[in-house]
Design a protein around this ligand. Structure first.
Ligand SMILES: [Zn+2]
Length: 135
């Protein structure tokens, strides 16, 4: 099975990013900006909880009944998220995730790696593994 709905999107995105890379042409700049953008995603999620309050986090130990099959585990696992994103928080998170993707594509470009190819390979890998061996 192949990914078909967005085929070529990552390729076009990476190409565009490569043309916009001026300030962060160095691999060191792109590495640090990618890490920073990941941190900004985490910060945005935190602010969604602590400033806006549209979602909250209620974490506790996951309780899975004994003898539950791996296929049935999802019925008992909780995301620990209560509520749903408001429009403002969703927009902020989408921007931060997009920024993170920008620097991921920049890293791929600088290392001569095709992001589209990685997505396809990873899709095939998780499709082949199924529920097993994912952590
Ligand atoms: Zn919100």
């Amino acid at each position: 099975m192949k990914i078909n709905s967005s085929s070529g999107t990552f390729c076009h995105f990476q190409d565009k990013v490569s043309k916009l890379l001026l300030r962060h042409r160095s691999i060191l700049d792109s590495l640090s900006k990618h890490v920073e953008s990941s941190t900004r995603i985490n910060r945005a999620v935190s602010k969604t909880v602590t400033s806006c309050g549209c979602i909250s986090i209620k974490a506790e130990k996951q309780h899975i009944p004994p003898d539950t099959s791996l296929e049935e585990c999802h019925k008992y696992l909780n995301s620990h998220i209560k509520g749903s994103l408001c429009e403002n928080c969703r927009e902020t998170l989408e921007e931060e995730i997009g920024n993170n993707l920008f620097y991921l594509a920049a890293l791929c470009h600088l290392l001569d790696i095709e992001l589209e190819e990685i997505v396809g390979k990873e899709y095939e890998r998780i499709n082949a593994l199924g529920l097993f061996n994912l952590s």
